[in-house]
Design a protein around this ligand. Structure first.
Ligand SMILES: [Zn+2]
Length: 111
């Protein structure tokens, strides 16, 4: 394993760890009992919706980071899963869990 790979792995593991801590906090907040006050409940329902969305986004990101770590194990990290070309270092620095090169990501993402 090259030094570079070790660096990416450390970075990804770091990200995964802080993400999991954040998710644990969100789940903790979601588990707290609801207030009896009806108005408070409405506010909390809104908050819950935001938290659920955050939790979903967090789980998605954790999944991507896990996949990136697997690609490091397999020696395919930094290679676009769509076209097989190398993902630019600049992109990986901005988004270490990126599984596609910028071009493929843009093509698959135009919703
Ligand atoms: Zn590509």
């Amino acid at each position: 394993m090259s030094d570079d790979t070790a660096k990416w792995r450390a970075l990804l593991e770091d990200r995964l760890k802080s993400l999991q801590e954040r998710l644990a906090e969100i789940n903790e907040t979601l588990r707290q009992p609801e207030d009896d006050d009806i108005e408070e409940q409405a506010v909390e329902a809104d908050d819950d919706e935001v938290l659920h969305r955050l939790a979903r986004a967090g789980r998605d990101e954790a999944r991507l980071i896990g996949a990136a770590l697997r690609r490091i194990d397999e020696g395919t990290y930094g290679i676009c899963t769509t076209c097989g070309k190398a993902i630019s270092k600049r992109r990986l620095q901005a988004l270490p869990e990126a599984e596609k090169c910028l071009r493929c990501a843009q093509q698959s993402d135009d919703r």
